[in-house]
Design a protein around this ligand. Structure first.
Ligand SMILES: C[S@@+](CC[C@H](N)C(=O)[O-])C[C@H]1O[C@@H](n2cnc3c(N)ncnc32)[C@H](O)[C@@H]1O
Length: 311
């Protein structure tokens, strides 16, 4: 393994803490614990008995977070699973309402920095892209096995690539010669699909699309939001940081439906098609990192934060 530090600079850290405003007795759920940066700061701010439940699909990140959060022993539970399975853990761990939720979606810096994770075309690694090692399907499975039309659908829907069909055909043509094994090799063999000046952007979109498909990220997000919201106490808050438009759209639409729920009472619906709001939109527009933060941490540049409070 390359020599590197397990580091991840938490994005919009102050904003998350200010908006979630943790209280002494809060039950906090960090659905994407990563290296524990957001949870650590949230717990630090409470100084009391606030408890946290940290989910991460990646057991390696969970272990790093556990070491980093040693000072909060007994106040954090570590769960090596998806936040979309929250319902299950809510019952099993006998939780009784939750007060603050943070989701900081996608991958952590070690995922990109460690070649073995196979998320980056800038360094040679196996075509993996799984957050969870328990999962069988890897990027190599999809790239080497899926029919052309399904590959094109993934590239179009999750990478928003206008030349998705062309790239899919190129993948199928190339893998007939020899299956793809490595991230950098895959990138080199399909890069002819892009104009040289669009190469990096194009490949980034291809890798994003495959990563979303491998980890079923969009369905997971919808399911997880629903479940976390259902267990949120009145006055509880949910903060979500997303990194691309597909994720942000899901978060925005989910929050909007709660802010303006459709009236189901036929009598009342004669007066208004909307029922009373179920949440207050704390962030009227998505909050983005300032220039200073992006300068220090360029990976924060596409972040968008949305926060709601349950009424
Ligand atoms: C951006 S990082 C979180 C960083 C963290 N907020 C911090 O400050 O250190 C996202 C983390 O979420 C994890 N992850 C991605 N999808 C997940 C899911 N559905 N359930 C649980 N963890 C997930 C990834 O493995 C990664 O460690």
């Amino acid at each position: 393994m390359e020599d590197f530090k397990f580091e991840h600079v938490s994005v919009l850290l102050d904003e998350i803490c200010d908006f979630l405003d943790p209280k002494e007795t809060d039950i906090i759920v960090d659905g994407t614990l990563g290296l524990g940066g957001h949870t650590k700061e949230l717990l630090k701010r409470t100084e009391g008995q606030a408890r946290a439940y940290g989910f991460d699909l990646d057991s390696r990140n969970l272990q790093i977070a556990r070491n980093r959060l040693k000072g909060f022993d007994g106040r954090v539970s570590y769960i090596n699973d998806s936040f979309s399975s929250f319902d299950h853990y809510y019952k099993v761990m006998k939780m009784d309402g939750i007060d603050k939720v943070v989701l900081d979606l996608g991958l952590s810096s070690p995922h990109l920095d460690i070649a073995e994770h196979g998320f980056s075309f800038k360094r040679r690694g196996p075509l993996d892209m799984r957050y969870s090692r328990k999962q069988k399907i890897t990027a190599a499975t999809l790239i080497n096995k899926l029919p052309s039309d399904q590959l094109a659908m993934i590239l179009k829907s999750f990478g928003e690539l206008s030349n998705a069909k062309l790239i899919a055909r190129k993948i199928v043509e190339e893998r007939a010669v020899s299956p793809f094994k490595y991230t950098d090799e895959f990138a080199t063999r399909i890069e002819v699909c892009f104009h040289p000046k669009d190469r990096v952007k194009g490949l980034t979109c291809v890798f994003q699309a495959i990563r979303i498909a491998v980890n079923d990220e969009l369905r997971t997000l919808s399911k997880g939001l629903e479940s976390l919201y259902n267990h949120l106490s009145s006055n509880g808050r949910i903060a979500v940081i997303s990194y691309h438009s597909l994720e942000d759209r899901i978060v925005k639409n989910f929050f909007r439906k709660l802010e303006k729920p459709l009236e189901t009472d036929p009598e009342k619906s004669l007066k208004s098609i909307y029922a009373d709001p179920l949440v207050e939109m704390i962030t009227k527009k998505p909050v983005k990192p300032g220039d200073k933060e992006v300068e220090v941490n360029p990976r924060a540049r596409s972040a968008k934060l949305r926060v709601i409070r349950k009424i």
